[in-house]
Design a protein around this ligand. Structure first.
Ligand code: FES
Length: 299
């Protein structure tokens, strides 16, 4: 058996098994598929194996995955040899994948390739390390990587660098050599796939949008002001707080009348009621009163 880009036999390890941690992850991936469909996990498991094995897939790793998924080995080889994301031999510390499909080519992927050649000495495809020593750079041309909107672009290991030209590619490679990969994404600093000249949509509404935003901010500030004042008052020491007139307890208001007070009065002991009645108040005669003109009155 031989693959077009597989590592030579002397570089192939004798065995491969997942680490305990990766085996657990592999089982979690397999469990996502219905019984009998576990072969659908093949791509995820190949990626896991590649990451475990220093960014390349030896043949024994593909065989191990085939056995794990109970599928013919040739089916695993078919997948691994089709996608450029799988490396069948050791790659450099920085593996450069240059998209040369039509949109990137029209936007200058030839210049990206020229910069790579000038900076690394790699002319065209140099997919794998050729010696026992790991090389700093390997490079290959690949098909569309799905970032055409920011073409031309280049993938470095897992990261995309976009909006490249000759100079920006040179700067990128210098930064990689220095071990300081720049911010991923557009190398011109634009956000996502925004137009090169800056925002172009809804410009006629800019003023309206800004006015509405200011009004919202002012309304929020106005809502927050009373709350802040209330919190400041609550934070004052109790002694310094000015009592509110409305908070005066009803019990302090002697003249106040209420059903509760009236009932309490009515339930007073007769003796207390008697004591509290003014001397000249009309009412029933007191028990010790002696009606005038009576024999006891002495008259
Ligand atoms: S053509 Fe290059 S990313 Fe699509």
């Amino acid at each position: 058996m031989s693959f077009g880009h597989a590592a030579p036999r002397e570089m192939q390890p004798d065995s491969f098994v997942f680490t305990d941690e990766n085996l657990k992850k592999a089982k979690q991936v397999i469990a996502k598929y219905p019984p009998g469909r576990q072969q659908s996990a093949v791509m995820a498991l190949l990626d896991l194996a590649q990451r475990q094995h220093d960014n390349w897939l030896p043949t024994v790793a593909m065989d191990y995955i085939a056995d794990l998924l109970e599928m013919p080995r040739i089916r695993v080889y078919e997948v691994a040899t089709f996608y450029t994301m799988y490396h069948l031999a050791p790659v450099g510390k920085w593996h450069l994948q240059v998209c040369t499909t039509t949109p990137c080519w029209l936007r200058g992927s030839d210049e990206v390739m020229r910069a790579i050649k000038d900076k690394t000495g790699l002319a065209g495809n140099h997919r794998h390390c050729h010696g026992a020593e790991r090389e700093e750079f390997t490079c290959e041309e690949v098909e569309c990587l799905g970032a055409c909107v920011n073409a031309p672009m280049l993938q470095v290991n897992d990261d995309y660098y976009e909006d490249l030209d000759y100079d920006r590619t040179c700067q990128l490679i210098d930064a990689l050599k220095a071990g300081k990969p720049p911010q991923v994404g557009s190398m011109t600093g634009r956000q996502g796939s925004q137009a090169q000249a800056g925002p172009t949509s809804l410009q006629h509404m800019r003023e309206q949008l800004e006015t509405a935003a200011k009004a919202r901010t002012a309304a929020k500030a106005a809502d927050a002001a009373p709350e802040a004042a209330g919190e400041a008052e609550a934070a004052k020491p109790a002694a310094k707080r000015k009592p509110k007139a409305a908070a005066k307890p009803a019990a302090e208001d002697e003249t106040a009348s209420s059903p509760v007070k009236d009932k309490a009065k009515a339930e007073k002991h007769p003796d207390e009621q008697e004591k509290s009645r003014p001397a000249d108040a009309p009412g029933d005669p007191r028990p010790n009163d002696v009606p005038s003109g009576s024999p006891e009155g002495g008259e």
